[in-house]
Design a protein around this ligand. Structure first.
Ligand code: DC
Length: 217
């Protein structure tokens, strides 16, 4: 049967790790929509285009061909996965993701992908906008301290030296911008299942989601 799964939640709630694992279990294409906003941010910063320069931003986004191979995002045939996860992108992405014209283009691209493939998508507006009709929607949360701790450990394990308090402040700032922007702010869809992962490990959350899907399929 056709299934599509929407996973939303704030930065660092474990969405991407969990979505990848669920995707493998149910044979779905995994689409990390945050990486698309990150790629636009990287390209815009490289080209010195600020978030206020909507005209140039729209032109830039139109010149980017994005596709996923496994879990990696290719932009104009270049794998940008590592670069877009660097802290300087994390610190600037919310500003660009708040630009309505950018959202319009990326949301359309995401909807087009979902029409062609069975997908699991993670992001901020998947259950509310991109996959409004998805039969399965989950909203993952965790305390900001727990999310900062996870991001900190993830970056340090990749050899990227960071400071815990800087990460925590970045997460709090990002949550604020993501939940307060005018267009498609982060919010739980009314029909999404909320899971607080503060006291659950990755396998614990995956088990909750898999059991829910299996008993509602
Ligand atoms: O999931 P992430 O941390 O990689 O997302 C990066 C940023 O992109 C995040 O600050 C909010 C934004 N985003 C968004 O606005 N809508 C999405 N569907 C996904 C991400």
């Amino acid at each position: 049967m056709e299934i599509s799964i929407a996973i939303d939640g704030p930065a660092g709630a474990g969405k991407s790790t969990i979505a990848k694992m669920i995707g493998k279990k149910f044979n779905l294409m995994y689409i990390n929509t945050g990486s698309m906003y990150r790629a636009v941010t990287l390209k815009a910063m490289d080209a010195n285009i600020s978030e206020n320069n909507v005209h140039d931003l729209v032109k830039l986004v139109g010149s980017l061909e994005m596709h996923f191979v496994e879990d990696s995002l290719y932009v104009n045939n270049e794998d940008l996965t590592n670069m877009i996860n660097m802290p300087n992108i994390s610190n600037n992405v919310s500003k660009y993701a708040a630009v309505p014209e950018i959202r319009e283009i990326l949301v359309k691209l995401q909807k087009d992908i979902a029409k062609k493939f069975n997908v699991i998508m993670d992001g901020r507006d998947i259950g509310t906008v991109v996959l409004k009709e998805a039969p399965f929607k989950f909203y993952l949360t965790a305390s900001s301290e727990e999310r900062a701790k996870r991001r900190y450990e993830e970056l340090m394990s990749k050899g990227i030296k960071v400071d815990y308090n800087t990460i925590l402040n970045d997460i709090i700032k990002r949550d604020f911008i993501d939940t307060h922007r005018e267009v498609n702010p982060l919010t739980k869809a009314s029909d999404a299942v909320e899971i607080d992962s503060s006291d659950l490990d990755i396998d614990g959350v995956v088990n909750v989601i898999v059991s829910y899907i299996n008993s509602n399929i």
